[in-house]
Design a protein around this ligand. Structure first.
Ligand SMILES: [Zn+2]
Length: 191
C-alpha cells in the first residue's frame, strides 16, 4: 500500500501531525479530511511559516490557519551541510538529518480555524495538514521553508552580519493578503 499523503519522508512528518503516533484511537475526522484534501477541497497558501487552508465543503468554506515553529540554528546548519549544492532535500537527507538528531520535523506553534468547532484539530485543520503534506511530497524544500530555513540561509550569507538586520518576528495571521477572505466570513444564512 502506497501512502496517499506523505509518501516522502518530509511529507510523512506532516501527516504525523494529523495522525500522531501517540493517538490511541484513529481520529474520526481523518477520512473526511483526507477526502477534502484529495478532491481539491483545500486551497493552500503558504507564506513563510504561516499556512492558510481555505477549505470548501459544499456551499461552506472555512479558513484554517497554522503557524510552524522555527527550526534551531543547529538543525538548520546540519541540514544545510547535508544538502550540499542540492536545493530539494530528498529522503536520504531526511534520514541523515534524523540520525544526526536534527530531523524532528515541523512543529505546529499555533493553529485555529474560522469554524465553530472547539479545539485546534477540526476537520479543516486536518484537511489543511493533508494538503500541506501533499504539497511537501511534491516539493520537499517547502518543509524547510516552513521552519525558517530560508531566513537561516539569508542570515548566514549576509556580509558582516554581526550588525546586520535582525530577523523580523512573524506577525501572527497577517499574511492573509490576497485571499479575499471577506466573502467567507459572512454569517451563514439561517436555514
Ligand atoms: Zn474548522
Amino acid at each position: 500500500m502506497s501512502a496517499e499523503f506523505g509518501f516522502s519522508r518530509w511529507g510523512a512528518d506532516v501527516v504525523r501531525l494529523a495522525e500522531p503516533l501517540s493517538a490511541r484511537v484513529r481520529n474520526p475526522l481523518a477520512p473526511r479530511a483526507r477526502s477534502l484534501a484529495r478532491n481539491q477541497g483545500v486551497e493552500l497558501t503558504v507564506t513563510g511559516s504561516a499556512v492558510v487552508g481555505l477549505v470548501s465543503s459544499g456551499a461552506r468554506a472555512s479558513i484554517a490557519r497554522l503557524e510552524f515553529a522555527a527550526m534551531s540554528n543547529d538543525s538548520a546548519g546540519t541540514i544545510r551541510a547535508l544538502l550540499g549544492s542540492a536545493t530539494e532535500p530528498d529522503d536520504d537527507v531526511h534520514q541523515r538529518a534524523r540520525t544526526a538528531g536534527s530531523g524532528a520535523g515541523p512543529q505546529i506553534a499555533a493553529a485555529d480555524c474560522s469554524c465553530r468547532a472547539r479545539g485546534d484539530r477540526c476537520v479543516h485543520v486536518l484537511a489543511t495538514l493533508y494538503a500541506l503534506a501533499a504539497a511537501i511530497d511534491h516539493r520537499p524544500a517547502l518543509a524547510l521553508e516552513l521552519q525558517g530555513f530560508d531566513r537561516f540561509l539569508a542570515a548566514r550569507s549576509e556580509p558582516g552580519s554581526g550588525s546586520g538586520p535582525q530577523p523580523q518576528p512573524i506577525a501572527r495571521w497577517t499574511p492573509l493578503g490576497g485571499l479575499g477572505i471577506g466573502d467567507y466570513w459572512d454569517p451563514p444564512s439561517a436555514g
